[in-house]
Ligand binder design. Structure first.
Ligand code: MG
Length: 164
């Protein structure tokens, strides 16, 4: 099913090098808003350290965002030293495919990481990439994404149950 992620974690830094190696994931496509930075455009300290650690282990990272705000993307990408694709129109495939070309990896070796089922997860699944859902950095949400949260919570509960 297109709306189901392959994995779900509470926090992005629960994605470990061991997990990636086990699942043959060589590159991560990262969502920006509410995944890497808060609504106030702050990046939690642990995320910087996490990205540095994975890069040090040879994992390729890139940001793919539906946002078109260049300064916000520049700031976020430079903090973790990665490239980005903006205005990606997830869940459409175009932005994710562009990132795949930059990464130079096959879709099965790439995981899309994001806080939204209806953009990140569906987009990644449509591209036959792996998909990892994480909790939004902030519960407070834009009005146009808030309505989807109960559906996402339901899916998270189901995945957590399957893991037990
Ligand atoms: Mg997001």
């Amino acid at each position: 099913m297109l709306i189901y992620p392959n994995e779900y974690f509470d926090k992005i830094d629960e994605i470990t090098i061991e997990f990636l190696q086990k699942n043959k994931i060589k590159a991560l496509i990262l969502d920006m808003d509410n995944t890497l930075i808060t609504i106030n455009e702050q990046m939690p300290q642990n995320i910087e350290g996490w990205a540095k650690e994975l890069k040090g282990q040879g994992v390729k990272l890139i940001i793919v965002s539906n946002s078109n705000k260049k300064s916000k993307l520049d700031n976020t990408a430079s903090k973790i030293g990665v490239r980005y694709v903006k205005f990606a129109k997830k869940p459409l495939k175009c932005g994710l495919k562009k990132a795949m070309k930059i990464l130079g990896e096959k879709p099965e070796n790439i995981a899309v990481v994001g806080d939204q089922i209806f953009t990140d997860i569906i987009g990644g699944n449509r591209c036959k990439m792996k998909t990892i859902l994480i909790d939004s950095l902030e519960k407070k949400d834009f009005w146009y994404t808030a309505w989807k949260r109960p559906i996402e919570d339901n899916i998270k509960r189901k995945i957590a149950k399957e893991k037990e």
